[in-house]
Design a binder for this molecule. Structure first.
Ligand code: NAD
Length: 316
C-alpha cells in the first residue's frame, strides 16, 4: 500500500505516519514545515521507511510525487480557529485552495482515495448535543469552520464527478504529544512563564470533548477499513466532555504547581468563533464497532504528561 500524507510532519499527521509505517506501508510525506517539524518523522526518513517532500501545496513541484499512490491522507491545513478571525487569508489559502490543488493533483494522477481531516466547527453553535453527522443546518461561526465545510463540499463534488472515494473525519479536540497549538499548549507555555497566575480565556466553563491522538488515528484507520461508500463522513471524539477550568487544574497538577491563581478573561467564549459547548455523537463509528478507550479527562491527563515528557526528552 502506497500512502501519501500531506501535513505529515505536523501533530496528528506525524502520529498517523508512525502507524502507517508500522503497518509496513510505503509512506510519502508532503509538508511545507510552516508549522510542522522534520524531527517528528526523522526516524522514518533516516531508516528509509518513509519519504519526505518539503513543499508548499500552494506551489508546484510535489504533484508528480503522488503518482501511483493508493490513498492520500490530506491533513495539511492552517488549524488555528482564533487566527482565522484575525486574518482569514492564510485559512482560505492553506485550507480551501490547498485542498482544491490536492484534489486536482489526485484527479490528474489517478489517485483513487482521499482521507480528509475536518472538524466539529462545521456544526457551528449546534442546537443538538451530542451532535450527529446528519445535523443541519451546517452554519459555521468561524472562518476556519467555513473553510473546512467548503473543503468537504469540494471533496464530495470531486468524488461524484471523477470516480474517487473519500473519508471525511470531523474531529472534536485532538490532543497529545507533538501538538503545537490548543488549550493545553497554551496553558503549559503560560505556566512556564508565570507559575503564580494563569490567564484563562473566557469564563473557564466552556465544556468540550477531547480525545487522545493515538485513539484518533486508530479510529480513522478503522473506519477507512470498514466503510466503502463514495463519501464517508464520521465524527471522531470521546463520549464525554470536560470544562476548561478542569483542564487548567490538571495541567497545574501535572506541572507540580500549587497555589496557581486562575484569572478568567470572562464571557462564555474564549475567542471569536469559539463555542461554549461541543460534543459529537460517535454513534456512526460505534455502529461499525469502534469505541474510544479513553474519556475526555483521561485523554487530557495522558496528553499533558506526554507533552511535558516531550519538552524534557524531545520527540519520541
Ligand atoms: P498541525 O498544524 O500540527 O499540522 C498541519 C501540518 O500541515 C503542519 O505540519 C504544516 O507544516 C502543514 N501545512 C500547513 N499548510 C501547508 C501547505 N500549504 N503546504 C504543505 N504543508 C502545509 O495541525 P494538526 O492539529 O495536526 O491538524 C491536522 C489536521 O487535522 C488539520 O487539517 C486540522 O484542521 C485538522 N483538525 C485538527 C484538530 C485538532 O484538535 N488538532 C481538530 C479538528 C481538525
Amino acid at each position: 500500500m502506497f500512502d501519501v500524507v500531506t501535513g505529515g510532519a505536523g501533530f496528528i499527521g506525524s502520529h498517523l505516519v508512525d502507524t502507517l509505517v508500522a503497518q509496513g506501508n510505503e509512506v510519502l510525506v508532503i509538508d511545507s514545515l510552516c508549522s510542522g517539524r522534520r524531527e517528528t518523522i526523522a526516524r522514518h526518513i533516516d531508516s528509509c521507511k518513509g519519504r519526505f517532500v518539503q513543499k508548499d501545496l500552494l506551489g508546484d513541484g510535489w504533484q508528480d510525487s503522488i503518482r501511483g499512490a493508493d490513498r492520500l491522507f490530506h491533513l495539511a491545513a492552517d488549524p488555528d480557529v482564533r487566527q482565522s478571525a484575525v486574518n482569514p487569508d492564510p485559512t482560505m489559502q492553506n485550507n480551501i485552495m490547498a485542498t482544491y490543488r490536492v484534489l486536482e493533483a489526485m484527479r490528474q494522477h489517478g489517485v483513487p482515495e482521499l482521507v480528509f481531516t475536518s472538524t466539529s466547527t462545521v456544526y457551528g453553535d449546534a442546537a443538538v448535543i451530542p451532535t450527529p453527522e446528519s445535523y443541519t443546518p451546517l452554519e459555521p461561526i468561524s472562518v476556519y469552520g467555513a473553510s473546512k465545510l467548503a473543503c468537504e463540499a469540494l471533496i464530495s463534488a470531486y468524488c461524484h464527478s471523477f470516480g474517487m472515494k473519500a473519508w471525511t473525519f470531523r474531529f472534536a479536540n485532538i490532543i497529545g504529544s507533538r501538538s503545537g497549538h490548543g488549550v493545553i499548549t497554551d496553558f503549559i507555555l503560560k505556566l512556564r512563564k508565570d507559575p503564580a497566575e494563569l490567564e484563562i480565556l473566557g469564563d473557564g466553563k466552556q465544556t468540550k470533548s477531547y480525545l487522545e491522538v493515538h485513539e484518533c488515528v486508530a479510529a480513522m484507520l478503522f473506519a477507512v477499513g470498514k466503510a466503502r461508500g463514495t463519501v464517508n463522513t464520521f465524527n471522531i471524539g470521546s463520549e464525554d466532555w470536560i470544562d476548561v477550568k478542569s483542564i487548567a487544574e490538571i495541567v497545574a497538577e501535572e506541572m507540580h504547581l500549587t497555589g496557581t491563581r486562575f484569572r478568567f478573561t470572562g464571557g462564555d467564549r474564549g475567542w471569536v468563533g469559539d463555542v461554549p459547548k461541543m460534543q459529537l455523537s460517535i454513534d456512526r463509528l460505534k455502529a461499525l464497532r469502534w469505541k474510544p478507550q479513553t474519556g475526555s479527562r483521561e485523554s487530557v491527563r495522558i496528553a499533558v504528561r506526554d507533552m511535558l515528557a516531550e519538552q524534557q526528552h524531545g520527540v519520541s
